[in-house]
Write a protein that binds this ligand. Structure first.
Ligand code: NDP
Length: 277
């Protein structure tokens, strides 16, 4: 367990969201991974209908003995379930698989602009928030144009936009827009999925200078830049190491060095085209 508590950010709903959490993308059986994460001290768990592991996440939560109010559980709407009525059915299906009465955060996973359904879907997300099935609703992988389309059509501002973000792909313009609109930025693939970032000689040298691991260095950058961050590991010792980022201290000069990394750029799909067909 880290010495310092995991910081929280306040969403535009007034709810507190842990700034560092555990993601389970590409984890088929999430039960042992989420169990280990909760034992390690993580309280934010990030899953999605498309990860096909909500039931195993739910078993880990049920088996943890932790009060529901201590946890922050996020899931995401599958792209094929976009549309008003399908969205309402999909959140109920996710809740049933998870064995939960409510989600802390429910996200539209991708905008899929070619299908033109994300604004209609957002009206259903507003109903889900009003019904209490999700305490907060938001989006994921939305670009500025998609956020502006929601703004033009509805009064509800997404609580969160969960996007690929890491040093080398810092999304400065999008983060500025989020701040203007009152949307909390959440980073996925915060380590750029591993070696492309953690294996860089400059990142490794800076980690030695700071006295932490490369992953802790990068996660501390996220914490200091004010994002929520979800990181994935299936190894308990790495989970603990990653959580230890909350105890790392970086100078302004070290943060600026990370701000200026010249890569690796985007490692995940392009939101304009992902799942378009
Ligand atoms: P990450 O940047 O979290 O990187 C995960 C990779 O880094 C894994 O290979 C892991 O290996 C390795 N790793 C983790 N910790 C360490 C460490 N301390 N030292 C060395 N290697 C390490 O990428 P993800 O793509 O998994 O993103 C994290 C989460 O973000 C996902 O699980 C998911 O919840 C969310 N996400 C959301 C998306 C969206 O569209 N909304 C898209 C993609 C991800 P190992 O497991 O073997 O330790």
């Amino acid at each position: 367990m880290p010495v310092e508590p995991i910081p929280t950010l306040t969403l535009n709903t007034g709810a507190a969201m842990p700034a560092l959490g555990a993601g389970v993308f590409r984890v088929d059986d999430a039960q042992p991974v989420v169990t280990a994460a909760l034992m390690c001290g993580y309280r934010l768990i990030d899953t999605a209908a498309s990860y096909d592991n909500e039931a195993s996440v739910g078993r880990a939560i049920a088996g943890s003995g932790l009060p529901r109010t201590d946890l922050f559980v996020t899931s995401k709407l599958g792209n094929s379930d976009q549309g008003h009525d399908a969205t309402l059915d999909a959140v109920d299906a996710s809740l049933e698989r998870l064995g939960l009465d409510y989600l802390d955060l429910y996200l539209i996973h991708w905008p899929v602009p070619a299908r033109g359904r994300y604004v209609e879907t957002w009206t259903a997300m507003a109903e889900i928030a009003a019904s209490g099935r999700a305490r907060a609703v938001g989006v994921s992988n939305f670009l500025a144009a998609h956020l502006q389309a929601l703004r033009a059509a509805t009064d509800l501002v997404p609580a969160v936009n969960q996007v690929e973000l890491h040093p080398g792909y810092p999304r400065d313009d999008l983060r500025t827009l989020h701040a203007q609109l009152g949307i909390t930025t959440e980073a996925w693939s915060p380590l750029a999925r591993g070696d492309a970032l953690l294996g860089r000689p400059d990142v490794q040298a800076l980690a030695v200078e700071v006295g932490c691991s490369p992953a802790q260095l990068i996660l501390r950058w996220h914490l200091d830049r004010g994002h929520v961050t979800v990181v994935k590991s299936v190894h308990p010792e790495r989970m603990a190491q990653n959580l230890g980022a909350v105890d790392v201290i970086l100078t302004d000069a070290q943060l600026r060095t990370l701000d200026k990394l010249d890569g690796p750029g985007r490692v995940g799909p392009d939101p304009m085209t992902f799942d378009a067909h």
